[in-house]
Design a protein around this ligand. Structure first.
Ligand code: ZN
Length: 204
């Protein structure tokens, strides 16, 4: 995806290039909730520091139900630029679907989902960390929505539109087969890059 974007003249910053955390962020007591939160916060803060135009979080989904499959995308409605978040999310999803179809895998999609109430925790809405608004210091908690743990600093939100794409379910045999294929992964990457270029108004 980076290669396709760079070829179109877009400057790309990756928060990581392997399966490790963005930095060595294991807390001394081994509390992975706070280290996850800190890890995610560093990605958001880096995007703000760089002055990025958009923030794109790329995942593959997982479920205990092997029949759950396909793409879904999240935006956050509680930000001042919610409309742009939605437009970015839609371009990511449409691009991924076009890419999969181009590789011979026309796929239904799971839609564009508002992350504002991604999880209900004790009657309170908990969003996806990297998309949600900034806020006062709270107890710890990672993207999983866990809210216990030692207090952590106030959350800094992205200054720019952001969206999170779940690209297929690794827990679905059909989707996993697609993800194992270099050809399919490349087509999806090209499709997502194309969606980003459409969002940015950059000719492909
Ligand atoms: Zn995810």
């Amino acid at each position: 995806m980076r290669a396709y974007l760079v070829a179109a003249g877009v400057q790309v910053h990756l928060t990581r290039e392997d399966n490790g955390r963005a930095t060595g962020l294991v807390t001394p007591n081994g509390d992975t909730r706070n280290s996850t939160r800190n890890d995610l916060q560093q990605r958001v803060s880096a995007a703000n520091r760089i002055g990025a135009d958009i923030f794109v979080s790329l995942h593959s989904n997982g479920s205990g139900d092997p029949n759950m499959r396909c793409f879904e995308v999240y935006y956050e409605s509680r930000r001042p630029f919610a409309d742009e978040n939605y437009r970015l999310a839609k371009e990511l999803l449409d691009g991924a679907l076009r890419g999969a179809a181009n590789a011979g895998y026309p796929s239904p999609n799971r839609g564009i989902i508002d992350a504002a109430c991604w999880r209900n925790f004790n009657g309170r809405c908990v969003g996806l960390f990297v998309l949600s608004p900034g806020g006062a210091p709270t107890s710890g908690g990672g993207q999983s929505g866990a809210q216990s743990g030692p207090p952590v600093a106030a959350k800094e939100a992205t200054n720019m539109p952001a969206a999170l794409l779940e690209s297929l379910f690794i827990s679905s045999p059909d989707d996993a087969a697609m993800l194992k294929s270099d050809t399919v992964r490349d087509a999806i990457a090209k499709g997502i890059a194309d969606g980003i270029l459409r969002y940015l108004g950059v000719p492909a």
